[in-house]
Design a protein around this ligand. Structure first.
Ligand code: GLN
Length: 213
């Protein structure tokens, strides 16, 4: 993707406002897809790999990928502690799949020694659908996003096993398993809207950034 040609189509939520730059955690994962969705919504998007780059953004999307690798790379690049600090300060963050895992305060079925950034008072189970149902797609009702269902793509996805009292459940599967949550300005989904042409979660994230700045 050319960094020189941001598409600045106005969206109702960001049109006419000077939205501060937002970042996509870019040490690992499907960074490009999130950058494209955010740019299409009119956001000034930066890839974040260093503490200096993190300091420039007012909100962060953590993509899908492999959470154990994100954990290791964030330590190597010195991003883990500054990012934990920003989350604690209230920076809006949206995590998809591995990104949701990274936002969870508690992790089930992590690899030995795996840690998260934390922030969301939830327990998340990695690879919760096992090998049989490794990846699948379904339509989900997400009331906060309106009547149109969300087409959700799950790829070796986690589920939310437990939620704390301040966590709002945004979506669950028919069997009750929780797959989208929000707590203040932190939001996480087990699935990948960014690969399904779905931009309403990203728009909601940008609304959180606007509200926080
Ligand atoms: N299974 C991956 C993990 O543990 C997440 C998969 C994804 O992000 N699509 O991090």
């Amino acid at each position: 993707m050319s960094p020189t040609c941001p598409r600045r189509t106005a969206s109702p939520s960001v049109a006419g406002r000077a939205l501060p730059p937002v970042g996509v955690f870019a040490l690992q994962g499907d960074v490009r897809e999130h950058v494209a969705v955010l740019r299409a919504l009119g956001a000034d998007v930066r890839e974040v790999r260093t503490p200096a780059q993190l300091a420039e953004v007012a909100g962060l999307v953590i993509p899908g990928g492999e959470s154990s690798v994100m954990d290791k790379l964030s330590r190597i690049f010195g991003l883990r502690d500054p990012l934990r600090h920003r989350i604690a300060e209230g920076m809006p963050v949206y995590g998809t799949c591995a990104g949701l895992i990274m936002l969870a305060d508690r992790l089930h079925d992590g690899i030995a020694g795996q840690a998260t950034f934390g922030g969301l008072d939830v327990a998340v189970r990695r690879n919760a659908f096992g090998n049989q149902l490794d990846s699948f797609e379904t339509d989900l009702d997400v009331a906060v996003l309106g009547e149109q269902p969300v087409h959700a793509v799950f790829i070796r996805a986690p589920v939310v096993d437990e939620v704390g009292p301040k966590v709002e459940v945004l979506a669950a599967l028919d069997d009750g398993r929780i797959v989208a949550v929000e707590q203040g300005r932190l939001m996480g989904t087990s699935f990948h809207p960014e690969v399904a042409g779905e931009s309403r979660f990203h728009r909601r994230f940008l609304d959180h950034v606007t509200a926080a700045s």
